[in-house]
Design a protein around this ligand. Structure first.
Ligand code: PNS
Length: 159
C-alpha cells in the first residue's frame, strides 16, 4: 500500500489544497491529510471544524483520509505507515522554506518529500488571503468550496 501525507494547517481548506489532495489521490493508494495541531497559534477555526470541512470537501475521493497530528510530521508519517509527504509549491518564494523542511525531514527519518506545482489558477492563493478577502466583504467563491465560503462569512462577519 503506497501512502502519502498531505500536511498543513488548513485554516480553512482552499481549492488550492483540494487541487493538490485530488492529484495526490490519483498517484497513491491512500492519501492522509494531516491537520497540524499548533498550540502556540490560535486559528480562525478549531481543529475539529477544519477536519469537518476537509472531510466534506474530499468526500468524493474514496482514498483520502483526514487526521490531526501534533509534534513532528515525520512521527505522524511513521505512525500512518506513509513514506512520502506531498507539498504544493505555488511559486519560487515557497521553495526555500519547503526545501529546508524536506531536507530536515529526510535527515530525521528518511521520509521523502515530493513537490507538486500548484495549478496556476491558485498560485497566489492562501488561507490567510481568503480570510482577509471575506472579512472585508470580498467575494472568495472561486477560491473555496461554497460551504467553506458560507462558514467563513458566518465566522468573520458576525459583528
Ligand atoms: O499549512 P502550513 O501551516 O504551511 O503547514 C506547515 C506544516 C504543518 C507542514 C509544518 O509546519 C510542519 O510540518 N509542522 C510539523 C512540525 C515539524 O515536523 N517540524 C519540523 C519540520 S522540518
Amino acid at each position: 500500500m503506497r501512502r502519502a501525507v498531505c500536511p498543513g494547517s488548513f485554516d480553512p481548506v482552499t481549492n488550492g489544497h483540494l487541487d493538490i489532495i485530488g492529484r495526490a489521490s490519483r498517484l497513491f493508494d491512500e492519501v492522509i491529510v494531516g491537520v497540524l495541531i499548533n498550540h502556540s497559534k490560535t486559528g480562525l477555526f478549531a481543529i475539529e471544524e477544519r477536519i469537518d470541512m476537509l472531510r466534506q470537501a474530499s468526500a468524493t475521493y474514496g482514498n483520502v483520509r483526514v487526521e490531526s497530528f501534533h509534534g513532528l510530521l515525520v512521527d505522524f508519517c511513521r505512525a500512518q505507515g506513509a513514506a512520502v509527504v506531498i507539498k504544493g509549491l505555488r511559486a519560487v518564494s515557497d521553495f526555500d522554506y519547503e526545501l529546508q523542511m524536506a531536507q530536515m525531514n529526510i535527515g530525521l527519518s528518511g521520509v521523502e518529500t515530493l513537490f507538486m506545482p500548484t495549478n496556476p489558477l491558485y498560485s497566489f492563493l492562501s488561507s490567510s488571503l481568503v480570510k482577509d478577502v471575506v472579512k472585508w466583504g470580498g467575494d472568495a467563491s472561486s477560491y473555496v468550496p461554497d460551504f467553506v465560503g458560507e462558514r467563513l462569512v458566518t465566522r468573520l462577519r458576525q459583528n
